[in-house]
Write a protein that binds this ligand. Sequence first.
Ligand SMILES: [Zn+2]
Length: 282
Amino acid sequence: METEAKCREWDVFETDGQCAVCGRKAVFSPIQPGFSLRETRCSSCRASRRTRDVGRVLAQLSAGPGVRLLPDALPAMADWRVFEAQAAGPLHDRLRCLPGYGCSEYVPEIAEPGQCTQAGLRCEDLERLSFGDAAFDLVVTQDILEHVAEPWRAFDEIWRVLAPGGRHVFTVPMHEGHATTTRVRYDKAGRRDVLPPVHHGDPVRQGGSLVVTDFGDDLPVLLTRRGQPTFVASHVAFYKPTEMPGIIEGDLYEEYVKAWKAGEKAGFLRYNSVVFVTEKPA
Ligand SMILES: [Zn+2]
């Protein structure tokens, strides 16, 4: 399967200053000076760089390689059955106009997986989706799978609910130059930290989400070997592997804790913006 060239000029400078998610001319600034360029926000819709790259990949997959703005591609997605494992945010705001769109959050504190909260928010557990086989043409997950207790089970579940020809378009922070590593194991005795605990920001949970898996650049190979053909659809390089935090332990962990306490975690956790696509044969 063709993998797109790494870091083209238009990748870094985006679509002539237009946001791939909202389609508007905008400026794209870091959350704070020095913070990860993967998290720069669109001044119009607040989409992060990684979300804008997901928007561009969705536009190209649905409407053809020449289409780079999601609003231009929505008509081509009109009959797609779409599941997004997120029920808020700029991408959700665009996709939810599609007739076949559904979404969820993982909130087992207030609703059983497969059920809705009183406010009508659907709860889904990616390790045990309540949907039937082949239910969707598109599943979108953004920076979720690194937090799932059993990520391979979640990948298998997403594969199960994809229809033939369906795709899982997703992001995870990729630890370039490293192999995929498990930070936390869960067994009968409960949680066991293999590496010191690292958290990412989480719009739903105060204190952030625990990182269970550091995915390395072997991820597409690992999934493809599992029978789930996966490729890198977009790789926008801001940093060299040596400039990224990699697997965090030892002295690097002390630096992470210091940045976390100072509220500068997003300055420490620098990653390139990578969008993966898993494609089920038609
Ligand atoms: Zn925007």
